[in-house]
Design a protein around this ligand. Structure first.
Ligand code: IFM
Length: 458
């Protein structure tokens, strides 16, 4: 253990991330069309307490103040997403100039504040008109995405130099179309593979369009990754771990890096009856399109997942491994396991050889409120971030080309089906008054950014 200052590489990109539907509000402002989340969140029982993103953090109206907060924290970069139905209310066709202007001004103000914009095109708020026509399981949605990418990159490509096509396509395909927990709420396992394929295909098609409209820009995709390990060496645990990793990660990473869909995952889907028409949604040339070279991969890492199952495929409860305290378990019920970050970074760097990696999301949900003086002493979040920064540095020392780190999230926000019950922000949001409070973790993060490193022992 060494007591010293641990610097990060020069020019390391320290940032924070958000997503349009989670923070903007203004759900029907200025000609915006409906998104799948506007519709899904209104379905009885779909979200915690029936909560919606109608108002959220009202960022649509308060973005100037929010940029001041980013400046105060010294953020080098800000990762945000664009609400597709603000730009193309019907998904394709007529452009809503007022919607475009919102992001145009946001980008200008970020640059003026010295903050690099990292723009995500799709963080799940698909225009409802496209969903009504079948959504991501349909090829036409991939075609519409390219139109959207073209409109946006023609408009912002002179200033935005970091583009992300999709955020966590696995979550959309699995939780949105297969399990029904996210919008659009479909519960049809047969929709997983076609939805995944069209998300990936639209990525592949959009990359050259963005490059054409934004010369010199860096373009990538963001995948979610857990450190997934078997609870034992039993054949059942080992197989379930492999299947989970296949569907949640390799089904997305492998084709992006030119390997096609993993054969074990395809076999499993076929055996389970989830590919009723085989892989007929793959047209000639699709896999080459998906494998278009990218400049970086973004990884969203939060937790370790330990897989335990029996011969019948039931999931008996895990034996408790450590105290069930907030130090070890965030309020999402996710395990705080920093070594998993080092391991995931090493795995991706070694297996896929990306040019660069960004941690595009990492953070923890703890609900610590402000005290009477307005201080938010979110010690568990601070420790979570600190230990994950250390884990990232270990990966860098081992040779991982990690270029930046985006904390999830800049501010508390709408946590999808969990509504406002989960707070991931380093900035506390009082949803009644919309007042923002910098949490202790934010003030600590400011110091890390300023020094470009961490003090202390590890
Ligand atoms: O809030 C989400 C985000 O939208 C996508 N990644 C995980 C976060 C926490 O659940």
């Amino acid at each position: 253990m060494t007591e010293k200052f641990h610097p990060f590489p020069k020019d390391f990109t320290w940032g924070a991330a958000t997503a349009s539907y989670q923070i903007e509000g203004g759900w029907d402002a200025d000609g915006k069309g409906l998104s799948t989340w506007d519709v899904f969140s209104r379905k009885p029982g779909a979200t915690f307490n029936g909560e919606t993103g109608d108002i959220a953090c009202d960022h649509y109206h308060r973005w100037r103040d929010d940029i001041k907060i980013m400046q105060q924290l010294g953020l080098k970069a800000y990762r945000f997403s664009v609400g597709w139905p603000r730009i193309l209310p019907a998904g394709r066709g007529k452009v809503n100039e007022v919607g475009l202007q919102f992001y145009d001004e946001l980008v200008d103000a970020l640059l003026e504040a010295g903050i690099e914009p990292f723009l995500t095109l799709d963080h799940w708020d698909l225009p409802q008109t496209l969903e009504a026509a079948g959504g991501w399981p349909q090829r036409s949605t991939a075609e519409a995405f390219v139109e959207y990418a073209d409109v946006l990159s023609r408009s912002l490509g002179d200033r935005v130099k970091y583009w992300i096509t999709h955020n966590e396509p696995a979550v959309v395909a699995l939780m949105g179309y297969s399990m029904g927990i996210h919008a659009p709420g479909a519960r049809d396992h047969g929709l997983f593979a076609p939805a995944a394929h069209h998300l990936l295909l639209s990525h592949g098609w959009a990359v050259p369009v963005i490059r054409r409209n934004s010369p010199g820009a860096e373009v990538g995709i963001v995948l979610n990754i857990n450190w997934v390990v078997p609870a034992s060496n039993s054949a059942a645990d080992l197989a379930a771990t492999r299947i989970g990793d296949g569907e949640w990660f390799r089904f997305f990473a492998d084709p992006v890096y030119g390997r096609g869909y993993p054969t074990d995952a395809v076999e499993h889907l076929t055996k389970s009856g989830f590919l009723p028409n085989g892989l007929d949604f793959i047209h000639p040339g699709d896999m080459e399109s998906i494998a278009v070279p990218t400049d970086f991969i973004g990884l969203n890492y939060y937790q370790r997942v330990i897989v335990r199952t029996d011969e019948q495929g039931n999931d008996p409860p895990l034996i408790e491994r450590q105290p069930q305290t907030p130090e070890f378990w965030t309020e999402m019920g996710w395990e705080n396991y920093p070594p998993g970050l080092t391991a995931c970074l090493g795995r991706v760097a070694f297996d896929y050889q990306p040019r660069k990696i960004y941690i595009t999301e990492n953070g923890a949900s703890y609900s610590t409120p402000p005290d009477e003086s307005g201080r938010v002493a979110d010690v568990h979040r601070l420790n979570y971030l600190r230990s994950h920064f250390i884990a990232a540095q270990k990966a860098i020392e081992a040779g991982v080309p990690l270029a930046g780190y985006f904390v999830w999230s800049l501010m508390d926000n709408f946590e999808w089906s969990r509504g406002y019950s989960q707070r991931f922000g380093i900035v506390y949001v009082d949803y009644q008054t919309q007042k923002r409070y910098l949490k202790d973790s934010a003030l600590w993060y400011k110091d890390v950014i300023e020094k470009n490193g961490l003090d202390g022992a590890w």
